[in-house]
Design a protein. Sequence first.
Length: 260
Amino acid sequence: MDLGISGKWGIVEAASKGLGKGCAEALAAEGVNLVLNARGAEALEETAAGIRAANPGVEIKAIAGDITKPDVRQALLSAVPQVDILVTNAGGPAPGNFRTDTRERWLSALESQLLGHAEMITAVVDGMAERGFGRIVNITSASVKMPIQNLGLSTAARMALTGFASTVSREVVAKNVVINNLLPGPFETDRLRNSINFAAEKAGTSYEDAYAERLGDNPSGRFGTAEEFGKVCAFMCSAHFGFITAQNVLMDGGAYPGNI
């Protein structure tokens, strides 16, 4: 299927590894020119080089920095002729019990999981509407649908972004601009490994046992891959996704126990 986005310009946040990298690779394979962002310059440049090599007809730029900083956001926006696609993404705060979460941790979570993304959406959405095409995908978390123990900060901030995106989406959908959220469950990423390690230390068990237990909890019997996540993200950015907006698309291997 031709996704109808070849030649478009996109920005992918936290794209140096994990799910963000999977999204960048899938979009580039569809002919989307990209500006990639992540805090770590070395890993980001390595990822950008790999995507360029795999897609010689696509323009790939890499701008390192913290997306919560205004100058970094402006650098990303200035690096493209226009933004047709925006994938917001950021690693969540470290797991922790709500009883020991400090005000500083709360503010940091809100900056990284809500405010920086809301600023980027606000900066690009009107231009998308004027041109008659826009796709925004917010990578949030399965915890938006089902709370995950010890991830209270991440869940609260991501739910706030969900509410913001839902509000904005109704204002621009008539201009062929859609805003949706892609909710990962357990994927083979550093984030998952850190979460399993935290759980193992808290339970006084080994990492291997905690890993096997988490794997056994999923109906699919496996963890997801960044490649399959990226392909779903690319489809959500496609020309065929114009009648779907303000939705939470859950990718969790069937772990969510509800009907809706």
